[in-house]
Design a protein around this ligand. Structure first.
Ligand code: GUN
Ligand code: FE
Length: 420
């Protein structure tokens, strides 16, 4: 294949990116991304004689890696803001009735388009998504993601007990549907889309379903995503239902669901022993602070994860989270940390929302930061001209609401442009 300059394209702007998992950032006040065949060839200060073809001048926008949302629910797109109580009551009153509607393709299809539009406008270029328990709705979701150009991992939500008939699917039926979806969608478009085995949580899954889910994941080397230790009442109910587990994590361990390809959402009420085992088994965490505030679930302790080397990303957890915008999750992540006297920095939060999330999903070599060799997954965010220093820009991004996502690119392809 020709490697002439015609294949190269430059993007000029203020460039801000994490470069490691510890919260170290790189900033170029006048920077240039050079992209070839969808990959970043170089990231550095602008130079007039840079070896690239056309340069798209996006100044004064800030170029960031696209956000990585490690946890959200497609069939909850339309029920953001439903304040119907803590987790179990909210599931019963708001979530299950809404998710039951997704058996109807005519309902699922427009919502899938809405979800994609919301992700794009929020600058989220990679996401890990729970679908509903319907195979049809999950196909509809994948089709919408395929058309959008976004990078995503999604799975049919497994639930075969302790939920209404409208969302319950027997284990064999659900696992057969997953196998068909894996065949159709896993690895689609050069790995842009992937299928995740998605047991909802231990309360809505029989032991046989969890074991079958683990086998499916291991057979196809799939990501596993689920919820853990979100709410105190949930934890009690889960342990009473599955006493053989020993503790919450033990249920997932004993059914084979925990390993380096497992993403656990929330992880608020874990014991020290559970944290040690999460670390030794190599699972990662989706930290969902906005959701944790909205449902009053409790305070996640990031230090428990970081001190053990556990990978962590940020999740919007729509619709317990009130926004698709991971900048809102960053702001709530800051408040969460302050509330427990263990402050985190804006740089750490930006890292969680990008490279941390990519790493948590096993995509850290491919996306999540602007570094040569990675896919050109980036966004251009307009910020007021008065934000000129790295610190001011970072503060505006993490905590302010003045920055608008102007464009988003995945593998160098423009997938979003804001209206003028
Ligand atoms: N636990 C089980 N299902 C859900 C869900 O849909 N949202 C949240 N936040 N927690 C859950
Ligand atoms: Fe969730």
């Amino acid at each position: 294949m020709s490697v002439g300059l015609s294949n190269r394209r430059g993007y000029r702007g203020r460039v801000l990116t994490p470069v490691g998992s510890a919260g170290e950032l790189r900033f170029f006040a006048d920077g240039l991304l050079v992209v070839e065949h969808g990959r970043l060839v170089s990231v550095g200060p602008y130079a007039a004689d840079a070896a690239c073809g056309a340069i798209l001048d996006l100044r004064p926008a800030v170029l960031l890696p696209g956000f990585v949302d490690t946890h959200l629910h497609f069939p909850q797109t339309r029920v953001i803001g439903s304040a119907s109580g803590p987790l179990l009551e909210w599931l019963e009153q708001t979530v299950f009735p809404e998710e039951a509607r997704f058996r109807d393709e005519a309902y699922a299809r427009p919502v899938a388009a809405e979800l994609v539009a919301r992700l794009l406008a929020a600058g989220t270029t990679t996401s890990a998504i729970f679908s509903s328990s319907s195979e049809l709705a999950t196909s509809v979701l994948f089709e919408a993601l395929d058309r959008s150009g976004l990078r995503a991992i999604a799975g049919l939500t497994l639930m075969d007990q302790a939920c209404p008939d409208g969302v319950r699917v027997p284990a064999d039926e659900a696992l057969a549907a997953c196998a068909r979806l894996v065949e159709r969608w896993h690895g689609h478009d050069g790995g842009r889309l992937g299928f995740a085995v998605t047991p909802r949580f231990a309360l809505s899954c029989s032991r046989a379903l969890m074991e079958g889910a683990a086998r499916l994941a291991s057979d196809h080397e799939l990501l596993i995503q689920t919820h853990i230790a979100e709410n105190a009442a949930e934890g009690e109910a889960v342990r009473a239902l599955h006493p053989w587990g020993g503790d919450y994590l033990g249920i997932y361990e004993k059914t084979g669901l925990i390993g380096p390809r497992t993403v656990l959402a929330h992880a608020i009420h874990l014991s020290a022993s559970e944290w040690d085992r999460v670390a030794s088994l190599g699972a990662s965490i989706a930290h969902c602070p906005d959701s944790n505030f909205f449902l009053g679930s409790g305070r996640m302790r990031l230090a428990e994860a970081w001190s053990r080397g556990v990978r962590v990303g940020l999740g919007s957890d729509v619709a317990a989270g009130r926004s698709f915008d991971l900048r809102r999750a960053m702001a709530h992540g800051y408040d969460n940390a302050l509330a427990i006297g263990a402050a985190v920095t804006p740089a750490q939060l930006l890292t969680l929302a990008t490279l941390g999330g990519a790493t948590a999903l096993g995509l850290g070599a491919e996306t999540g930061s602007l570094e040569a060799g990675k896919a050109a997954d980036f966004i251009a965010v307009s910020l007021p001209e008065y934000a000129t220093t790295e610190g001011a820009i970072l503060g505006q991004i993490a905590f302010g609401d003045s920055g608008r996502v102007e464009r988003a690119f995945v593998r160098g392809e423009r997938v979003f442009a804001a209206l003028p």
